[in-house]
Design a protein around this ligand. Structure first.
Ligand SMILES: [Zn+2]
Length: 449
């Protein structure tokens, strides 16, 4: 008994000293800038000072008194914003669009060969690609990503853990693990005798409500942060509702890919947390989403002739393809402009993601991603709403509103800084000059540090 008491006292002392060491180690940093934009209100604090202790924000104000040992980072007249959030990305894909002749020879011409290639490639090779894309995203100011599938069996959960352990640089990650799909749209031209073995590297199949629950549980075992389901005509409401119930039972949100009207309805009726893409949402569906609190995650990936932009530098594009793509692109852009107006009017909560999975010649993954997010502005979303969609709104959609999305005490010190004023010129976000994640400087082109 006495020995036990001595042991407990020793243990308490050790714990206390550990606590003291941890406290003295948490370094203080004061970041000063010309102004700080609060996306929630649209107000700017000028001048601005943010005191950071360890990885968290401790104090925000026009002037903050910091203790002597505080490290000062003075960013001059620049504008601070919360770190950016890409709510829908695919870090483990890097699709190179094949030449026209090759595409014509495949059943599912644009996507399938590239997707198949990614699945059958060495998982190790893919892991390095994911690490590169993660670093490039972070360098462009994207301090959080939600990776929604296409990373092999455990690519994104492992990359998340490697980033958190400090092995590779990258954004805060929410990993979805394998995407839940029906045996419908993907890779129909596979050899049927081999199809399952190949597809299981990338997907979990839903075939009935029990299989849907089991698929969620498999991902839970893999320690995912979110469940991703693709809704198509083959997916039923009871199947998706079972997946939603199982995800919620495990305190996970469920993001449902749904672009067409019928799939969007399935996602609404089954109680999805977010609808990804939602391109064909009707006004009635937007109203239902608003009433049920379902987020719309807009992905303006193809806006503004994206495909031609990534095709032309690397492959020969025939005049015929160029003109038909230009025409269909203009039509799609107009539909997107209309969708954006209806979304704004409906009052549905929205965030934005890139759906980045392409090789974009001349741009890093991060540069291509920020450019894609800003397509929302070209489509008619006001500047402040674009910034909200990729900060505070995205944080809420992810369920991380207590950690990220705003610069305030208690949140992670994830900050970006632009030289000009992001509200006056949103393209400043493409030229982020300073990036901090977890209180650590990732990039600083504004001051000696
Ligand atoms: Zn996607």
């Amino acid at each position: 008994m006495k020995q036990m008491r001595i042991f407990l006292t020793l243990a308490t002392l050790l714990l206390l000293s550990g606590h003291l060491i941890a406290q003295t180690r948490a370094s203080l940093t004061l970041v000063k800038a010309g102004r700080l934009l609060d996306p929630r209100t649209g107000n700017a604090l000028a001048p601005a000072a943010v005191l950071i202790e360890g990885d968290k924000i401790k104090q925000v104000g026009a002037h903050v008194n910091a203790p002597n040992a505080t490290k000062i980072i003075d960013l001059g007249g620049a504008t601070l914003l919360p770190g950016l959030i890409d709510s829908h990305t695919h870090l483990f894909l890097n699709i190179v669009i094949p030449p026209e002749e090759e595409r014509k020879r495949h059943l599912n011409p644009l996507f399938a060969p590239a997707d198949l290639l990614a699945i059958v490639e060495s998982p190790t090779k893919r892991a390095f690609l994911g690490a590169q894309n993660a670093r490039e995203d972070l360098e462009s100011g994207i301090t959080t990503v939600r990776n929604l599938g296409h990373s092999g069996i455990d690519g994104d959960t492992e990359l998340r853990d490697a980033i958190n352990a400090g092995r590779v640089p990258g954004p805060r990650m929410l990993a979805a693990g394998r995407k839940l799909i029906t045996r419908g749209d993907y890779l129909q031209n596979l050899n049927p005798a081999l199809a399952d073995a190949i597809l299981n590297q990338e997907f979990l199949f839903i075939d009935g409500a029990d299989r849907a629950r089991a698929a969620v549980r498999q991902n839970v075992f893999q320690n995912v942060d979110v469940i991703k389901v693709t809704a198509d005509v083959n997916l039923t409401v009871p199947e998706l509702a079972a997946a939603v119930e199982e995800a919620h039972r495990n305190h996970l949100k469920i993001a449902v890919h749904a672009a067409e009207k019928a799939a969007i309805q399935t996602a609404i009726d089954a109680g999805a947390d977010s609808i990804e893409h939602g391109n064909e949402a009707t006004d009635e569906q937007l109203r239902q989403m608003r009433d049920k609190g379902i987020f719309l995650d807009l992905t303006p990936t193809f806006y503004g002739g994206f495909l031609l932009k990534i095709m032309e530098p690397s492959i020969v594009v025939s005049a015929e393809t160029r003109s038909s793509r230009t025409e269909s692109g203009a039509r799609r852009d107009k539909q997107y402009d209309e969708l954006v107006q209806r979304v704004l009017k409906s009052g549905v909560k929205f965030a934005a993601g890139t759906d980045m999975c392409w090789w974009y010649p001349g741009k890093t993954c991060g540069q291509a991603s920020v450019t894609t997010l800003l397509n929302l502005h070209s489509a008619g979303v006001p500047t402040l709403d674009v910034i909200r969609a990729i900060t505070v709104n995205a944080a809420e959609m992810l369920g991380w509103q207590d950690r990220i999305g705003a610069i305030e005490p208690g949140k992670f010190a994830d900050l970006v800084c632009v030289a000009g004023h992001a509200i006056a010129d949103i393209t400043e976000l493409e030229r982020v000059r300073f990036v901090m994640k977890d209180g650590q400087v990732v990039k600083n082109d504004l001051s000696a540090h």
